[in-house]
Design a protein around this ligand. Structure first.
Ligand SMILES: [Zn+2]
Ligand SMILES: [Zn+2]
Length: 377
């Protein structure tokens, strides 16, 4: 008989069942016992290990190929990825690539346009569409990924049993391991990861693009292992970083960077500063012109021209700087000693200086426009 409602009852029962079990067993545990520090620390470590396997493994490696690694690290990602209970890496990457390609459209499996809860978890409760091999053609022939995909259900059970029993054995508290090491850890990990599809498309700033619903939000990055800079990520999905500044909380980026220092990761893809700045300027220009249409200032045309002049000038200078830096790097690599290198360095220094002062003027001018009051009708 055809399932008309299209509901995935095994997922509904699993998710509903463990949420209910947690709601019962957590208070029971806390009434009769006190969790030891070791139990809490180990459960937290497992939360982070499983979370990073999703973000550094499933997401930034398998879904987006933002860097390369070896089979050993891949197997670790798949082991803890199975424990994360979010499906196989093949299925996850397949759905995620569709999310990026068709963001905010009907094809997007977890589009926020169907509401916060659909994007957060309700999409999981429906039967999923079959995997289209061409979407993951680069992954589908990998024997390790195929093994995990084929045996995902049993691997999920075994890895979770290993994690829980290990914590129980170390702490000699198997009940605590069940409640904190599995149920609570699973609950937090699921909702934290689901926040990337819901909150990170809902609550924050669009610094790089308004062409999609993704937003940047520092608080979300604290809960999502660094995936809260989602506006940047949807604009530059091939960058191994999500938080591009040193002070951005992005433990996934730090993990990949550390792996590269131990030669366990290579070819880390990064968007250069000039390209990022250019995108920000273009986006900001759009916001300024939008603001000007709201203010009905009599000087509107002049101001619009000034916005265009500023942006074009900045973008031109940034692209020139990019070319000069590339030339300098090429000279340095070829190790040819020439006076031209000195000239190049001088030119780069001068250009940077002029860019800095223009950037400051642009910021002042932007502030002026953004504080303009609409004229009375
Ligand atoms: Zn997204
Ligand atoms: Zn992504």
């Amino acid at each position: 008989m055809k399932n008309k409602s299209n509901l995935n009852w095994s997922t509904i029962l699993f998710l509903g069942g463990y949420h209910l079990l947690l709601a019962i067993l957590l208070p029971v545990y806390l009434i009769y016992y006190t969790p030891s520090a070791t139990l809490l620390v180990l459960s937290f470590v497992l939360l982070y290990t499983t979370g990073l396997s999703i973000t550094a493994g499933y997401h930034r490696l398998f879904s987006h190929s933002t860097y390369k690694t070896n089979k050993f690290i891949e197997v670790i990602y798949l082991f803890f990825g199975s424990m994360a209970t979010q499906g196989s890496a093949l299925r996850w990457s397949h759905d995620h690539r569709i999310h990026h390609a068709h963001i905010d459209k009907d094809e997007d499996p977890y589009t926020v346009k169907r509401g916060f809860w659909h994007a957060h978890m309700f999409w999981l409760l429906k039967n999923q569409k079959p995997i289209k091999e061409k979407i993951i053609s680069d992954l589908v022939r990998d024997p390790v990924l195929n093994f995990q995909h084929k045996h995902y259900d049993i691997l999920m059970v075994i890895t979770n049993a290993i994690g829980t029993l290990f914590i129980g054995w170390v702490t000699n508290d198997y009940f605590g391991a069940l409640v904190f090491g599995w149920l609570l850890r699973q609950f937090l990990l699921h909702h934290f990861t689901w926040f990337i599809n819901s909150l990170a498309h809902y609550w924050g700033h669009q610094n790089y693009s308004t062409e999609h619903s993704a937003v940047d939000n520092y608080i979300i990055s604290l809960l999502t292992f660094g995936e809260g800079y989602h506006n940047y990520h949807h604009t530059f999905a091939y960058d191994y970083r999500n938080g591009i500044r040193w002070y951005h909380f992005d433990p996934t980026k730090w993990l990949i960077w550390t792996l590269s220092k131990f030669r366990l990761a290579k070819d880390l893809k990064k968007v250069n500063h000039a390209r990022i700045a250019e995108q920000m300027i273009k986006e900001h220009k759009r916001a300024l012109l939008e603001k000007l249409t709201e203010t009905f200032s009599e000087k509107r045309e002049d101001l619009e021209q000034k916005v265009s002049y500023f942006t074009e000038n900045l973008i031109e200078k940034l692209s020139k700087l990019n070319t000069l830096v590339a030339q300098y790097k090429a000279y340095k690599k070829s190790r040819v000693k020439t006076d031209h290198i000195k000239e190049l360095l001088n030119e780069i220094a001068l250009l940077k200086k002029s860019l800095k002062s223009e950037w400051r003027a642009w910021k002042e001018f932007s502030k002026f426009i953004m504080t303009l009051e609409p004229l009375p009708a």
